[in-house]
Design a protein around this ligand. Structure first.
Ligand code: ADP
Ligand code: G6P
Length: 354
C-alpha cells in the first residue's frame, strides 16, 4: 500500500517566455521517457495539461489569478506576479509531490477566462512549465531540477515573425510592438529566474557569419551548473579542459558557414558552470553520431541514443542545430536524474526502519 507521502513524484521546472520552444522541448523530453504526452481524455478540450504513462506536464498559465479582462482592467500583463496565484501554485505542486491529487484551475487560452478545474493525479514525473516556475522561492524549493530556455531578443524576434506573420497573419509592426510591450515585465520577472536554473539553453545568433541578422543559423550554449545532485554535466573530449572543435571535414559534411563547438568552465551568476556550445547547423543528421561519439557523460542507455532521438524527431523545429541537440541531451540527463532519485528514495524507508 502506498499512502500519501510515500509517493515518488519528481518535479521539474521549465521556464521560458511564451513562443520560445517550451512545447517542442516537452515533446523531446516525453519521447526520451518513452511516450508522447497527450491532453487528458474526456476532459476540457482547452486543458493545457499533457499526460503520458510517466509524465504530467502542467502549464503555469493555469495559475493566472486575473483573467484576460482582469489584466486589462488592472493594466498588468500575464508576466506580472500580481496576475498569478503563487500560493495556490505552491500548495498544489507540494500536494502532488507528496502524492496527493489536486483540482487544478484551467486558464482557457481561447476565451481568456478561468474554466472549472480539472483533477490532476500525482505522476512519476511532474513538469511545471511556463513563465514563473522559479519565481516564488517556495515553489523553487520543490523543484528537483530546473531548466531555463534563454532565447536572445534577435532570435525571439525571428521566431515570432515566422509564426505570427506567416501562420497568424500579424503585421511586422504589431509583432515588434508586442515584443516591446512585454520587455519591461520580461526583464523584471522572467529573465532573472535563469540564475536559479540547473541548466540553461541559451540561443543566440551565429558568430560564423559576420553581422548576421537573419536568425536562421544559431549559436546555442548549454550552461550546466556544477555540484547539482544527480546531475553530472556533459563534456567534450576531456572533463574540465577548454576545447574548441571544428568537426567538419572527412567525417562530417558541413556546408557554409560550417559548425564550431566549444567546451569549457565558466562562471554564470556567481556559480561554477560547464559550458558546451554549438554554432552552426548539421547538413546530415545521420552523421550526428560522429559528434555524439565525442561527447561524454550523455546518460544514454546505448551508443547512438542521442542521434536516434534526433532522427526520430527530425521534423521538430531545431533538429538540425544545437537547440534540438541540447534539448535532447537535457532530456537524457533528466531521465538519469529521475532514475537515481527514485533509486535513493526506494532505499530511504528501509534505512529509516533499520
Ligand atoms: P512555446 O511552447 O514556448 O510557446 P513552441 O515550442 O510552441 O513554444 O514554439 C513556438 C514557435 O517557435 C514554433 O512554432 C517555431 O516556429 C519556433 N521555434 C521553437 N523552437 C524552435 C527552434 N529550436 N528552432 C526554430 N524555431 C523554433
Ligand atoms: C498567456 C501566456 C502569455 C500571454 C498571455 C496573453 O498567459 O503565457 O505569455 O502574454 O497568455 O495575455 P493577454 O493578456 O494578451 O490575453
Amino acid at each position: 500500500t502506498c499512502a500519501a507521502g510515500d509517493s515518488q513524484t519528481v518535479v521539474i521546472g521549465l521556464a521560458a517566455d511564451s513562443g520560445c520552444g517550451k512545447s517542442t522541448f516537452m515533446r523531446r523530453l516525453t519521447s526520451v521517457f518513452g511516450g508522447a504526452a497527450e491532453p487528458p481524455k474526456g476532459g476540457n478540450p482547452d486543458s493545457n495539461t499533457l499526460i503520458s504513462d510517466t509524465t504530467t506536464v502542467i502549464c503555469l498559465d493555469d495559475y493566472h489569478s486575473l483573467d484576460r479582462t482582469g489584466r486589462k482592467e488592472k493594466g498588468v500583463t500575464a508576466l506580472d506576479p500580481r496576475a498569478n496565484d503563487f500560493d495556490l501554485m505552491y500548495e498544489q505542486v507540494k500536494a502532488l509531490k507528496d502524492g496527493i491529487a489536486v483540482e487544478k484551475p484551467i486558464y482557457n487560452h481561447v476565451t481568456g477566462l478561468l474554466d472549472p478545474p480539472e483533477l490532476i493525479k500525482p505522476p512519476k514525473i511532474l513538469v511545471i512549465e511556463g513563465l514563473h516556475p522559479m519565481y516564488d522561492s517556495r515553489v523553487r524549493d520543490l523543484l528537483d531540477f530546473s531548466i531555463y530556455l534563454d532565447i536572445s531578443n534577435e532570435v525571439k524576434f525571428a521566431w515570432k515573425i515566422q509564426r505570427d506573420m506567416a501562420e497568424r497573419g500579424h503585421s511586422l509592426e504589431s509583432i515588434k510592438a508586442s515584443i516591446e510591450a512585454r520587455k519591461p515585465d520580461f526583464e523584471a520577472y522572467i529573465d532573472p529566474q535563469k540564475q536559479y536554473a540547473d541548466a540553461v539553453i541559451e540561443v543566440l545568433p551565429t558568430q560564423l557569419i559576420p553581422d548576421d541578422n537573419e536568425g536562421k543559423i544559431l549559436r546555442v550554449r548549454l550552461i550546466q551548473k556544477e555540484g547539482v545532485k544527480y546531475f553530472s554535466p556533459v563534456y567534450l573530449f576531456d572533463d574540465g579542459s577548454t576545447i574548441s572543435w571544428i568537426p567538419c571535414g572527412r567525417k562530417l559534411t558541413c556546408s557554409y558557414p560550417g559548425i564550431k563547438f566549444f567546451y569549457g568552465p565558466e562562471t554564470y551568476y556567481g556559480n561554477e558552470v560547464s559550458l558546451v556550445e554549438m554554432d552552426g547547423q548539421f547538413d546530415r543528421l545521420d552523421e550526428l553520431i560522429y559528434v555524439e561519439s565525442h561527447l561524454s557523460n550523455l546518460s544514454t542507455k546505448f551508443y547512438g541514443e542521442v542521434t536516434q532521438q534526433m532522427l526520430k524527431h527530425a521534423d521538430f523545429p531545431g533538429s538540425n542545430n544545437g537547440t534540438g541537440l541540447f534539448q535532447t541531451i537535457v532530456g537524457l540527463k533528466i531521465r538519469d536524474l529521475y532514475e537515481q532519485l527514485i533509486a535513493t528514495k526506494a532505499e530511504t524507508p528501509v534505512a529509516a526502519k533499520a
